[in-house]
Design a protein around this ligand. Structure first.
Ligand code: PLP
Length: 380
């Protein structure tokens, strides 16, 4: 007796405009690249592509760090990779929490056996560098500072340069989450002196989800090599992964790399390099201003004060008397437009409208303003 074969038609996803907190719209060039023939992950042709990918990622991160590569896994795996390698049991880690993702960092530190010191700021605000300075004074043995550059749950951007400088003055390394910032707003790993950073493929890089670009400074690598005990995760142990992503000419098997998604990331990063990263930053800033003017005409209020706002993630309050889920369902069903719901403490209170990467276009700004105007019964 065997189960009857299910008869299921091919999956035909609807065409949407993705203006939420990620994934963002993926350009056809990236999808086409992913449809190219799969080859072996140790094939010399694939290894040559990996080297190009590392060069392209160094450009995106604005770093000379040799150890810069895409982790096989979503942004959350990149996050774990940084913590699992850099936190040793008993280490004090100062963690800035001003939204959902800072909270996840705190949890990562605990699970690595570290002792987190939380520096809390209100949701919707940037991290206050003065509080971080105070935390280092109160905990002079802290070995690490962790913060989220672009808090996607609230749309607030923190001053990464200032935070990294404080850590450096106190002899600590920094871990920075730049999942939502990379490619959308300046991320200057070397100029800021960041030691470990992780990002995601599906936000401002506009590739499909499932890859996490990471970069580690020499100081971070020394710290990992000097660990008393190996990292508790076999898969994420940098010392082992290095045998595959480095090890020029004699790469060894660690895990099977996601070949075709890596073709996609390669193409997405080529698109970024063709545009020029500074031009991409200007495009995000300019179109954010256009969206902001439209929101003001529609009477929508931003959650974050202007000076701390991210251009690529616009959090606005759900207007009083509006049915949050009902309005988002109408945007999806009638306009094929996805926007993000509120997360955590903002559930039901806030909409998150992304202008990320390929989705950050003048056409999307007007499509979004038009659809929101109709659903809210307000015209601009
Ligand atoms: C999306 C996001 C993550 C997690 O990335 P996944 O690819 O969903 O695992 C982490 N941090 C921030 C700030 C994010 O926006």
């Amino acid at each position: 007796m065997s189960l009857a074969a299910p008869r299921i038609p091919p999956f035909a996803p609807p065409r949407r405009t993705l203006m939420g907190p990620g994934p963002s719209d993926v350009p056809q060039r990236v999808l086409d690249a992913m449809a190219r023939p799969t080859i072996g992950h140790l094939d010399p042709a694939f290894q040559a592509m990996m080297e190009e990918l590392k060069t392209l990622l160094r450009y995106a991160f604005q770093t000379g760090n040799a150890l810069t590569f895409p982790v096989s896994g979503p942004g959350s795996v990149g996050m774990e990779m940084c913590f699992v390698n850099l936190v040793e049991p008993g280490d004090q880690v100062i963690v800035c929490v001003n939204g959902v993702f800072g909270g996840r960092m705190l949890e990562n530190v605990r699970r690595c056996g570290g002792v987190p010191v939380a520096v809390e700021d209100p949701w919707g605000r940037a991290v206050d560098p003065a509080k971080v300075e105070d935390a280092f004074r109160a905990h002079p043995d802290a070995r690490l500072l962790a913060f989220v550059h672009a808090e996607t749950s609230t749309g607030a951007q923190s001053d990464a340069a200032a935070l990294a400088a404080i850590a450096r003055r106190h002899g600590a390394l920094t871990i920075m989450d730049c999942v939502t910032s990379l490619g959308g707003t300046p991320v200057l790993i070397d100029a800021w002196g960041i030691d470990a950073a992780y990002s995601g493929s599906q936000k401002c890089l506009s590739c499909t989800p499932g890859l996490s670009p990471v970069t580690f400074s020499e100081r971070a690598i020394e710290r990992v090599k000097a660990r008393k005990a190996p990292a508790q995760s076999w898969f994420m142990d940098l010392n082992l992964v290095l045998g595959y992503w480095s090890g020029e000419g004699r790469r060894t098997y660690h895990h099977t790399a996601p070949i075709n998604p890596l073709y996609g990331l390669h193409e997405a990063l080529r698109i970024l390099a063709e545009e020029g990263i500074e031009n991409a930053w200007v495009r995000h800033r300019t179109l954010h201003q256009a969206l902001r003017r439209g929101f003001e005409r529609l009477g929508l209020d931003f959650v974050v004060p202007e000076a701390e706002r991210l251009p690529q993630l616009n959090a606005v309050r759900v207007p009083a008397g509006t049915d949050d889920a009902g309005a988002r369902a109408r945007l999806l069903n009638e306009f094929n437009l996805e926007i993000g719901a509120g997360l955590g403490a903002y559930a039901g209170q806030v909409w998150r409208i992304g202008l990320m990467g390929h989705a950050c276009s003048a056409q999307n700004v007007s499509c979004c303003l038009d659809a929101l105007g109709r659903v809210l019964g307000r015209s601009e």
